[in-house]
Design a protein around this ligand. Structure first.
Ligand SMILES: C[S@@+](CC[C@H](N)C(=O)[O-])C[C@H]1O[C@@H](n2cnc3c(N)ncnc32)[C@H](O)[C@@H]1O
Length: 270
């Protein structure tokens, strides 16, 4: 059974996961349902189902969803939502026969995996038609005031981590990792479901960080996170950020993904 570092971290995040993530907005969710219908997916497998944030409303829309996740604690939250078909297991070795589902869906999961291309191929094995991924993308002027403040936050956080003898995070940000994957393994179809401007203050962002709902915050002791947050607040005040958030539904034909590329080593206990 998978016991990677990422999975252990999701076990820890599970109690605050739902309250530190926004639900999908209506255009994104409706677009997802529309996309699944267009792809003729009725029997759906959601890989990395987590707390069932997406599987639960899909079930209420009449879809037959099976959810799989490697985290016991995330699944416990999904079970509490009475999602009927939940299985604990790894995205790299799905415990289902070939072509068991019409399609497979990943939502905010591919960026978490060390080898997302292998997970896509494994999903294609169990999917008769399609493998889908709902990915979010962001756009902000890199050199503009928002981009500059973001960089300053990272620099201050890294400074505090370094003082505490901790390594700064090295993984790219989620949307950067997913963007890179889509370039490396291009989908057959890609549909923009929504685009909206999100505005938040630094205080709101820091409050979210303080809840330790993301993985790199977990890697630092709480007092280091608090120190980093206090220093950011002291140096930067409370500016407002604005960025475009886009949701894209990427779809790969299963036949095309099966056998694509060479097998890559499975995720180790990173
Ligand atoms: C960011 S959460 C997304 C959860 C849900 N899809 C959502 O959008 O709210 C990522 C999920 O992937 C799961 N996960 C990470 N690595 C996995 C693996 N190797 N196999 C199966 N699930 C994995 C985590 O346990 C976590 O629940």
């Amino acid at each position: 059974m998978p016991g990677t570092r990422a999975v252990r971290e999701f076990d820890e995040i599970a109690p605050v996961y739902d309250e530190t993530r926004e639900p999908l907005d209506a255009p994104t969710f409706d677009g997802l349902v529309h996309g699944l219908t267009e792809e003729r997916v009725e029997q759906l497998l959601e890989v990395g189902v987590g707390t069932g944030r997406v599987a639960a409303p899909l079930g209420r829309r009449g879809m037959t969803v099976t959810g799989i996740d490697a985290s016991r604690e995330m699944l416990a939250r999904a079970r509490a939502k009475r999602i009927p078909r939940l299985v604990r297991g790894s995205a790299y070795r799905l415990p289902f026969r070939n072509r068991a589902f019409d399609g497979t869906l990943f939502v905010h999961v591919l960026h978490v995996l060390d080898d997302p291309a292998s997970a896509l191929r494994e999903a294609a094995r169990v999917s008769r038609r399609t493998v889908l991924a709902l990915v979010s993308d962001r756009d902000r002027p890199a050199g503009g005031p928002d981009g500059g403040t973001q960089r300053q936050i990272r620099e201050i956080m890294n400074e505090v981590l370094k003082e505490a003898g901790l390594a700064p995070p090295t993984r790219g940000r989620p949307w950067e990792r997913e963007r890179e994957l889509l370039q490396r393994v291009p989908p057959n179809r890609s549909t923009r479901l929504s685009e909206r401007e999100v505005t938040e203050t630094l205080d709101e962002r820091l409050a979210r960080m303080g809840r330790r709902g993301n993985r790199w915050m977990l890697r630092a002791p709480p007092e280091v996170v608090e120190r980093a947050i206090a220093r950011v607040r002291e140096r930067l005040g409370n500016p407002t950020f604005t960025y475009q958030r886009r949701y894209v539904l990427a779809a790969w034909d299963s036949d095309g993904l099966r056998g694509a590329g060479t097998p890559v080593a499975l995720e180790q206990g990173t």
